[in-house]
Design a protein around this ligand. Structure first.
Ligand code: FDA
Ligand code: NAP
Length: 448
């Protein structure tokens, strides 16, 4: 197949979580402004249907941001894709308001995301895992105005290649396990929790342990304690006790859209201050109400003379030995890192995530990307990777820009504004380069 026979789009989105869903909506809304604002677009998602951290949709888990930080409101408060529009369409806007709560459950927010994605689903190809983004064989980067996106179908229905003038990579966080530990049927990362839990026989889960002192760990401990009334539940926490997530108003300003400029254009010293003073708004911290919920359960147990929840504090997991149904956890505890062992029926590693890292997808294109002195990608304010001037196509990142754009990079807080900025940039750069609309999409034309 020659290149002219391939589907070609102005924008191909890699991954279709909330970030690229927000971009899909932004591009849809720009289209309403006139033909010159229209871009052809396709989003590729490896899952077979939309899902946002499905394995952590625990019944009582609530959102960690206000519902007003939805897919659109901070960019376009009049959008028909807002959380309020969703509530209205669902017929429960008055009931929601009666609740007087800024923080819906994650299950309800998931319903909102599904409702929104259904309205742009004709631009999305599910069951499509992107394996590489590259230049066409033998292409001169200066001449090439398209990238090739290689797509595998996890269901085995055949691989394909798509052409893109711009690629927006948004593949999300990567689960992180304790060193030397791999996940299997008895050792789970929090990102696989509900799926693995549902597959296990609860009667075989008499001793379960959860590693970590972040929000995921605290929510999972609460869930296991409630779901397994016969079980002993251990919390293996590196701190002395859970620390609270700072969501007080002044600190919360680090997630405001304006904070991105303060971070991006700030000095190295200013950027370092963001992390030093405000890491505790998000990482290794737990919402106050979840902490109190857990403590209340421990105290009630004490009143009844039982101790079903046990915390091994100042303790880290140093390894796991597995043999059949036996799982032995190696613990390093206390100031002199004394090694202890704990036998459990299941171990949940709520040990966090690594930032999005597009290097694996970019392969040889890496040669055209510019890195800073610390080896990190240089990224423009509009989230476009800085590339050698010879590369004409745009590679944008949604996520993986904590070093350049700050704390909100991996979160929902700023996705509405960020998506608008990326859409602006793509449209403005196209106008600059005088792209010929007539050849925008050879096969993709019907999707515009
Ligand atoms: P996200 O990870 O959601 O989506 C990436 C998508 O890309 C996935 O659907 C994945 O399948 C797909 N993908 C990956 N590789 C691919 C490939 N090669 N080809 C095709 N598709 C690929 N933040 C916040 O601000 N408020 C909150 O309340 C929460 N709550 C929360 C709960 C839990 C349990 C976690 C783990 C995290 C949060 N977060 C959060 C942070 C979280 O990063 C954020 O909510 C969004 O998931 C970010 O959306 P993205 O679309 O960037 O990534
Ligand atoms: P996290 O905040 O990064 O916490 C990971 C925890 O694991 C930290 O306490 C870390 O300790 C600990 N840890 C790592 N390796 C360890 C080891 N070997 N032994 C013992 N402890 C170890 O990760 P998270 O809790 O998954 O949260 C990630 C993101 O998801 C956050 O943005 C969070 O807000 C979000 N989230 C939101 C919700 C919700 O919306 N309801 C639910 C869950 C998660 P150190 O810090 O010492 O390394």
């Amino acid at each position: 197949m020659n290149n002219r026979e391939l589907e070609t789009y102005d924008v191909v989105g890699v991954g279709f979580g909330p970030s690229n869903l927000s971009l899909a909506i932004a591009l849809d809304e720009y289209r309403a402004l006139g033909a010159e604002q229209e871009v052809s677009r396709l989003f590729l998602e490896r899952q077979s249907a939309f899902g946002w951290h499905r394995n952590m949709l625990l019944p009582s888990a609530t959102m960690q941001i206000s519902f007003l930080k939805d897919l659109v409101t901070f960019r376009n408060p009049a959008s028909s894709f807002s959380f309020i529009a969703f509530l209205h369409a669902s017929g429960r806007l008055p009931q929601f308001v009666n609740n007087q709560d800024f923080f819906p459950t994650r299950q309800e927010f998931h319903q909102y995301l599904e409702w929104a994605q259904a309205r742009v689903a004709d631009r999305v190809s599910y069951g499509s895992r992107v394996t590489a983004v590259r230049l066409p064989e033998g292409a001169d980067p200066e001449q090439a105005d398209r990238l090739l996106v290689e797509v595998a179908d996890p269901a085995g229905r055949g691989d394909r290649v798509i052409q893109a003038r711009n690629v927006v990579i948004s593949t999300g966080l990567a689960p992180s396990m304790p060193e030397g530990t791999t996940s299997d049927e008895r050792v789970w990362h929090s990102s696989e929790f509900l799926d693995k839990f549902r597959r296990a026989d609860p009667r075989e889960l008499n001793r379960v342990a959860v590693v970590g002192a972040g929000q995921s760990a605290a929510e999972i401990i609460r869930f296991l304690y409630d779901e397994l009334p016969h079980a002993q539940v251990y919390g293996i926490i590196p701190s002395y006790g859970y620390s609270i997530a700072d969501d007080t108003p002044f600190a919360n300003q680090v997630f405001d859209p304006g904070a991105v400029d303060d971070y991006y254009y700030g000095t190295e010293q200013a950027r370092e201050a963001f992390w030093r003073y405000h890491r505790n708004t998000n990482y290794s911290v737990v919402d106050g109400d979840v902490i109190r919920d857990l403590y209340r359960r421990c105290y009630d147990d004490e009143v009844h003379g039982v101790r079903r929840m046990e915390f091994l504090n100042l303790t880290r997991v140093a390894g796991v030995k597995r043999a059949g149904a036996e799982t032995r956890v190696l613990l390093q505890a206390g100031p002199d890192a004394e090694v202890r062992e704990l036998d459990v029926d299941a171990l949940v590693c709520a040990t966090g995530y690594q930032a999005m890292e597009p290097t694996g997808l970019l392969g040889d294109l890496e040669r055209h990307c510019v890195r800073d002195g610390a080896g990190r990608y240089r990224v423009e304010r509009d989230y476009r990777l800085v590339t050698n001037p010879d590369l004409r196509c745009g590679i944008y990142l949604q996520g993986g820009t904590e070093h350049s754009h700050g704390l909100s990079s991996s979160l929902l807080s700023n996705i509405a504004v960020r998506s608008g900025e990326i859409a602006d940039s793509i449209i403005a750069r196209r106008a600059e380069h005088g792209a010929d609309h007539a050849v925008l999409a050879e096969v993709g034309g019907d999707l515009r």
